[in-house]
Design a protein around this ligand. Structure first.
Ligand code: KG4
Ligand code: ZN
Length: 336
């Protein structure tokens, strides 16, 4: 079964063809990073326009790379929630149009669920049941995943998402957009124990996250207590930037790894999926690998290309919806 998947929830336009849920025949991603760079963040209206321009070429390229035509496709899938509403509408409308035009059934996909599924691509067997940690620009969530379509929320952020914290702290340190990869790089030259930021554990048993206080702690550390984020930042030395980046990153990684292992123990599972843009963080990957190994837990970390937004995870997950006969009508609505 071959499925064409479309992903446009935020600022990447992506189309992919995946066979039987696991074999990625193509995965084309047109990123808008350069377009949004000068604004220091994604501008929704501009993102929608860029999707409109990129969508059809990206779909054509995904088919060409897979050496297939629309006649070889069995189903069309697209993300319908959550994300930027304008961005979602473009991908979903393109998918509906293709489905209608070629007489194919449509499958609506939840973006967060597809991030979990990214770890299943190109693997022989499905890893469920497991604990799934999804850390991206919009989410920091822990799930007990019983199957590709069955996820129970066991912990979530009470304020900022992990990726959002990376992006905001990078901006505070004057590091280039997008912030996550910038912190990752700067941290390489810094000392993770240079600044002892308080770990936001919340409580001994809590599986929820909170990164907003940490962001404020970084602000006060670099600009003084009670500093205003809107005021012009003082010049920071390269050494200070690297040390603060490394210390901040270590703090976030400690909490993410600690709570995920705590969840695995609480639910008695020995497998963990990590997904979402922040799963591309090298320190997070290394720490998960070290600590999971030490506690006999298998860690499933998708390759970098499947961590950030992509359509392969959408087309892959859609296979399980098709198998279950769960299709969407052409009246499926996008939800922000
Ligand atoms: O999953 P994603 O591509 O889009 C959303 O669904 O939000 O995640 C984007 C987020 C951004 O906040 C970005 O800064 C973060 O992932 N990110 C990273 C790294 N690469 C991307 N954060 C930390 N370290 C990285 N290497
Ligand atoms: Zn995402």
């Amino acid at each position: 079964m071959r499925i064409l998947g479309i992903e446009t929830s935020c600022d990447e336009t992506s189309a992919a063809v995946v066979e039987d849920g696991r074999r990625v025949l193509s995965n084309v991603v047109a990123t808008q990073v350069e377009i949004h760079r000068k604004y220091g963040g994604v501008v929704p209206e501009i993102a929608s326009r860029a999707h409109l321009q990129a969508l059809l070429p990206v779909v054509s390229e995904a088919l060409a790379e897979a050496r297939l035509a629309m006649d070889d496709i069995d189903f069309v899938a697209a993300v319908y929630r959550p994300g930027l509403i304008g961005s979602l509408l473009l991908g979903l409308t393109a998918a509906k149009t293709l489905a209608w035009l070629h007489g194919l059934k449509l499958i609506g996909i939840n973006h967060v669920e597809s991030h979990i599924y990214a770890a299943c691509l190109e693997r022989d067997a499905l890893p469920f049941p497991c604990i799934s940690l999804i850390v991206s620009g919009g989410h920091s969530s822990l799930y007990y995943s019983a199957g590709p379509r069955k996820h129970e929320l066991v912990g979530a952020t009470t304020d900022d998402a992990a990726g959002e914290a990376f992006d905001k702290v990078a901006a505070l340190l004057g590091l280039p957009y997008p912030g996550g990869p910038s912190i990752d790089q700067a941290a390489e030259r810094g000392r993770p124990d240079a600044v002892a930021f308080t770990r936001p554990w919340l409580s001994r048993t809590s599986l929820d996250f909170s990164f907003s206080g940490l962001k404020t702690a970084v602000l006060y550390h670099v600009r003084g207590h009670g500093a205003d984020v809107k005021k012009r930042a003082p010049e920071l030395s390269d050494e200070t930037i690297a040390d603060v980046a490394a210390s901040f990153q270590e703090c976030v990684v400690d909490v993410l790894v600690g709570k995920t292992l705590r969840a695995a123990e609480a639910r008695g599972v020995d497998r963990i999926i990590v997904g979402g843009g922040v799963a591309a963080n090298r320190r997070l990957r290394a720490r998960f690998q070290e600590e999971a190994e030490a506690s006999g837990i298998e860690i499933l970390l998708p390759p970098m290309r499947y961590c950030t937004d992509n359509a392969a995870m959408v087309a892959g997950l859609a296979y399980h919806y098709a198998e279950a006969g769960q299709f969407a009508g052409l009246d499926l609505e996008a939800r922000a």
